[in-house]
Design a protein around this ligand. Sequence first.
Ligand SMILES: Cc1cc2nc3c(=O)[nH]c(=O)nc-3n(C[C@H](O)[C@H](O)[C@H](O)COP(=O)(O)OP(=O)(O)OC[C@H]3O[C@@H](n4cnc5c(N)ncnc54)[C@H](O)[C@@H]3O)c2cc1C
Length: 598
Amino acid sequence: MPSYTPPLRDMRFVLHEVLDVVGALKRLPAHAEVDAETIDAVLEEGGKFASEVLAPLNAIGDAEGCVLDKATHEVKTATGFKEAYAKYVEGGWPALSCDPAFGGQGLPHVVNQCLFEMLNSANQAWTMYPGLSHGAYECLHAYGTDEQKRLYLAKLTSGHWTGTMCLTEPQCGTDLGLLRTKAEPQADGSYRLTGNKIFISAGEHDMAENIVHLVLARLPDAPTGSKGISLFVVPKWNVKADGSLGERNGIWCGGLEHKMGIHGNATAQIVLENAEGTLVGEPNKGLAAMFVMMNAARLGVGMQGLGIAEVARQSAVAYAQDRIQGRSLTGPKNPNGPADPIIVHPDVRRMLLTQKSFTEAARALALWVGMLIDEAHRHPDKDKREAADDLIQMLTPIIKAYFTDMGSECANLAVQTYGGHGFIRENGVEQLVRDARITQLYEGTNGIQALDLVGRKLPMKGGAAAQRLLGLMAGFVAQHKADDKLKEFVEPLEKALGRVQDAALFLMQNAMKNPDEAGAAATDLLRLMALTAMAYMWARIAIAAHKGLAAGNDNAFYEAKLATARFFTARVLPQTTSLNHQIKAGAATLMALPAEAF
Ligand SMILES: Cc1cc2nc3c(=O)[nH]c(=O)nc-3n(C[C@H](O)[C@H](O)[C@H](O)COP(=O)(O)OP(=O)(O)OC[C@H]3O[C@@H](n4cnc5c(N)ncnc54)[C@H](O)[C@@H]3O)c2cc1C
């Protein structure tokens, strides 16, 4: 089975040495008292929970899956899942970064981001139950009425109730405008919902007392398409005015999907039969409210990609140190043994360094965005809040799509490192491939993330948000260009930035005339921007590594950072050149073939 050690040293390095989060938090009155010791202690405990409680359940969840009792519509989760969730609630983990007004601990979001990386590494399927609850909490916190907040937020904060997001229907996936679930207004101001949802993660289970479904539906006179969608909160058990549980509501699990991976998470078909619900936000503006949950979920799914990549990397490294096959091309490295460990082979090192150069910079990028979320919520200066929000908006599709593509790639590289043994179930890495695959699909496929980046985020505010991100990196280049120690990272970053600008210019000149140009460029442009953002993080990591070396302790750790940064710069970042060429090749070759000729 893959072994998992929480990457606490690396998290501390990113938080304290690269990002100086404690310094940044001092500028946010709500978090000004948070110190490094508190953060480190929380992460250490969180790491223990992930590695000791959740990781041992990962293979069990995969083997047992979830079981639906068709008579009662209740779902039983795999052995140990319920007990682990009880421990999670008892430990106060759901409340970590929630609002103290509803019983939360009020810790910064960036700490929660670290926790979720570890939970995802240990057990992605289990982590989806509390992960979706947190999204529901954020949506109701932002858009709920006072009454909805009073009834739901404390229970979601404590984790006694969990949440779901119910968007998808059989005929409506990416295109939410096709949605059919109906909501009929009632005399008392509530609504009755009828319809069928599919693919609802954590849609039914035995881990919590109640499930709070956030459901998209149409009001009777709603305009067609996505402008006629409203959002409702529909609890599994109705909630009485005093907050206690009432009657069973008309929202059922009609079936569970049999699927490629994440067997431990219940993917439910949800039937709404005259289910009682209340409106969240304004009528017909449900998508705006749901986007709070979707954006949280997109970053959350990105963290699944990172979590999987990290555990895959750890497993591959352990195996490559241990497995003995062949001799090093430059002569035996294990002369007393019958062969050398496979980590001596350049091709195995290519795989391990691809994983390492992704996970370490991705962690830095994710935690930087975590910090930006804290700034966007808590900075006293409105301009600073807006600046942080622009960067989050730009980076959300990048993190969702690039991290999950790489999560899958890293899981596959772990299988490849194991050779044929990777394909054998009992070694556990094949589960990572199956589990990782969904992350590229749900929460908007990665193709849709790319369209979001090109179609919505780049033109946002007349291009100002994009300029904020690119300008920030250009400013960094200008500041550090003359530093001899950093040249090897900063110059390639500058060139990559030039390629992003070149590709963006091509789109500006061509996509207005032919919108297919934007669609054709989207995935490549997202990857080009992602690699550039990673180069930016590697340059920031290099600065911290040089500082660490100058301080003179833990030299091996800092040298490894610089060596990995060099690998990324020399062997991964050059992909930006071909991506730029691909983008500028335009849409013509994609669109030439008539559909019937495929
Ligand atoms: C295990 C699992 C869990 C899920 N959990 C949830 C959940 O909790 N809640 C929920 O509401 N949904 C959930 N989903 C649904 C998921 O979000 C959708 O499957 C996903 O959004 C894609 O929709 P679709 O499957 O209908 O694919 P389609 O929309 O039919 O897309 C098929 C292909 O066409 C592409 N495509 C579609 N439209 C365009 C376009 N305009 N431009 C370019 N390409 C396009 C897509 O990228 C994709 O490659 C889950 C799905 C699974 C499998």
